[in-house]
Design a protein around this ligand. Structure first.
Ligand code: CP
Ligand code: NVA
Length: 317
């Protein structure tokens, strides 16, 4: 779909794309989280009879693939797993042609790829909604699940301090934007040269100005975690950066979430991680498998928020 401006109510998401959380208002996100909580209780709602979601994957996935596929099934629809190596897209068919052809067969497209611009191009040429299932820049579906989890665990979003420790990557960008919109105070600690993008910082600062929250950027993990309600971590080496693994392991060593770092947070802090995790790299097993971790609740919430998103985008009611 060409239009990416999403209005103030959940109903306004009908027929729209989700490329980044910048396109959703605070009211849109609140409505999606409320719907997700309802779907968590009322799992099976066969409203999508005859509807199909095409899922294009150019990178690996466990959570995104399975939660979208299971979610479509629970809503009475169907999901198609389309890997790059099987699609003609992988042999040079254009993104535009792929978008136009799929628009004739299915009701929506979810895509996981490298360049964010590719998702924008797909959305521009598709006549059906396009959902970003992760690009090098953004991971909006993950951030929706993160917000639902924070709301469940802390009982609110406004005023909750969320500290992200590590690479200024796709997950960090979407988390920062989503948290700023919903009134969470965000602090991000990344090493020099691996900071979050200005594009995401500028958007987050604008939203923080509206919601009354704050954005703090630092290179010091201790400072970021100070008084935090939530500590969030992601891998040091994202998909596509494998050649930099050794260098990154060295640079990011001080950014491990471990027993000594979490002492700076509130005693009842919650640990979140988008998963997959590398124990003893970005987080110790003691923390991710410890009593303050909510990572599996967070992973499950991918299913519920994505079903809410699909319902908002594809179901008129
Ligand atoms: N968190 C997440 O997107 O996981 P997958 O890569 O397994 O989809
Ligand atoms: N930052 C990670 C997230 C995986 C869900 C990556 O892009 O590989």
């Amino acid at each position: 779909m060409h239009t990416v401006n999403i209005g103030d109510t959940q109903a306004s998401l009908y027929g729209k794309d989700l490329l980044t959380l910048k396109d959703l208002s605070e009211a849109d996100i609140s409505a999606l989280l409320t719907e997700a909580a309802d779907l968590k209780q009322n799992k099976i709602q066969p409203i999508f009879q005859g509807k199909t979601l095409a899922m294009i994957f150019e990178k690996s996935s466990t959570r995104t693939r399975v939660s979208f596929e299971a979610g479509m099934a629970q809503l009475g629809g169907n999901a198609l797993f389309l890997s790059q190596k099987d699609l003609q897209l992988g042999r040079g068919e254009t993104v535009a042609d792929t978008a136009k052809v799929l628009s004739g067969y299915v009701d929506a497209i979810m895509i996981r790829t490298f360049e964010h611009e590719k998702v924008e191009e797909l959305a521009e040429h598709a006549d059906i909604p396009v959902i970003n299932g992760l690009t090098d820049k953004y991971h909006p579906c993950q951030a929706l699940a993160d917000l639902l989890t924070i709301k469940e665990v802390k009982g609110k979003l406004k005023g909750v301090k969320v500290a992200y420790i590590g690479d200024g990557n796709n997950v960090a960008h979407s988390l920062m934007v989503g948290c700023a919109k919903m009134g969470c105070d965000v602090s991000i600690a990344s090493p020099k040269g691996y900071e979050v993008l200005d594009e995401a910082v500028n958007a987050a600062k604008e939203y923080a100005g509206v919601s009354g929250s704050s954005i703090t950027l630092t290179a010091d993990p201790g400072e970021a975690v100070k008084g935090a309600d939530v500590i969030y971590s992601d891998v040091f080496t994202s998909m596509g950066q494998e050649a930099e693994t050794n260098e990154r392991l060295t640079v990011f060593t001080p950014y491990q979430v471990n027993a000594s770092l979490v002492k700076h947070a509130k005693p009842d802090y919650t640990f979140l991680h988008c998963l997959p995790a590398h124990r003893e790299e970005e987080v110790t097993a003691e923390i991710i498998d410890g009593p303050n971790s909510a990572v599996f609740q967070q992973a499950e919430n991918r299913l519920h928020v994505q079903k809410a998103l699909l319902k908002a985008i594809l179901y008129k009611g």
